[in-house]
Design a protein around this ligand. Sequence first.
Ligand code: HEC
Ligand code: HEC
Length: 467
Amino acid sequence: MHAHHSSGTPVPSPQVNTGPCAAEFAGARDAAEIDAHVARSHLSKAALLAIACALFVGCGTHRAPIAATAPAATDVASADASVDVTELGATGKTPRVGPGALGGPLAGIDAGLLARFEAGRDDFLELEDIADGIGPVFNEVSCGSCHDQPVGGTTGRTETRFGRVVDGRFDPLAEKGGSLMQDHAIGAVGAGAGAVTFVPETVPAEANVRALRLTTPLFGLGLVDAVPDETFLQLAQLEASRSPSTAGVANLVTEITTGATRVGRFGWKCQVPTLHQFSGDAYLNEMGVTSAQFPNESCPQGNCALLAFDPVPTLNNDGEDVDRFTDFMTLLAPPPRAERAYGVAAQGEEVFRSLGCANCHTPSLVTGESPVPALSHRVFQPFSDFLLHDMGPLGDGIVQGNAGATQMRTAPLWGLGSRHTYLHDGRARTVEQAITAHAGQAAAARERYYRMNPGLRQHLLAFLRSL
Ligand code: HEC
Ligand code: HEC
């Protein structure tokens, strides 16, 4: 099994993910759009116009005081085409998810669910060994080795993927152990004729694509799991009709337990549809532990003959651990918003919308029905549409299922303030570096960021750090 974190057979779907979108960048928008924006904004129209104006050179050399003389609407270039959560089925009465602590459980869950959260967390943090099924090749011996600081987050650990492109076609080099490299192995096992030494995988000479992937934090993902597929499909349609140049597409993948075609939403390429499936996928591909959804060990460097020496060749886990990891992640609270989400940071949110960031980084989504009351019909704020966008040269070059080489999932921005490295390979050390690396469908937003007034840029960064 080589498709670590890319479980599921890709389902071809021309309407959904047809690869790179037309690069037709939206220009200045008109006054009607500003009105539409103001209708759902907390600031007055005058204040919004002043902010939008100050974003662009040509509106005057100094920043207009907020709510002072508003320029004519025709001077304003707002690229905001973001989708409001009311367009996805929420109403003014739909409750927001309650605040929780980083690494803690969802607010308001009962004692039974709390016990499941805690049992799941223990299992998630447990260090496993060869007798538990670790290896023969693997990356770490616990989910918590990578998803920690605090538990469920990210240590900043990256892992390596590789492949080979020939005549524009991507080959994951499965026969060489790709596309995911396992950088640890269990070493010497057996004795006499049954002795073998398992060694960590390396990038083979044939590979001409190599990419790092940063561990993503898992906070709040139970909410994302509870969003119906139709909501993401509807969001993709709204984006396509409103702003084709920034619109995202859903990645359709197969849910292993049901065989159903689902909207992928987890992983840097939206390659996995559910937390349950990701648990089995990660258990195999990060730790080398097999379970019902993923019964076949990963062949060391692609050499399946070596599996004859696997010290634990039977199915490693009966599924109980997979269920526990799922419980923990399902009940893990979303990152709390910082107090400074008010004042300057609130103005920064308006800037964020005006630049067109919210076209992809959708501020709010709403869940559907869930057996967990705290997840059922809740509005939450991930700042992502969980759709794929063509990021041009920022893309990682790896093809996974229907997700093309340059397509990446809009990274959720919640919890940004507690992170230290950004983007899929962790190349950005500051939020500003992450913004200026945007390309492809996000190139126009990056250009607006470059052109904006430096004072407002600070508001934007304060807002992003408050998430
Ligand atoms: C060696 C480090 C490592 C270990 C161990 C690890 N993960 Fe991950 N995890 C990652 C990386 C890297 C990603 C991003 C993968 C990608 O998209 O290619 C990720 C992504 C995820 C995601 C998707 C999150 C999102 O934002 O969509 C889930 C869920 C997850 N891991 C769960 C687990 C579970 C459960 C375990 C233990 C069984 C585990 N991981 C073990 C590194 C690790
Ligand atoms: C066309 C869609 C799109 C637009 C517009 C866009 N982004 Fe992004 N953003 C993405 C994608 C996709 C990623 C993940 C890219 C990667 O790592 O390869 C991302 C990543 C980020 C990250 C890094 C997050 C992380 O977890 O590492 C930040 C910060 C960010 N965007 C902020 C912004 C800001 C601010 C704007 C507006 C100036 C913006 N984005 C506009 C799609 C977009």
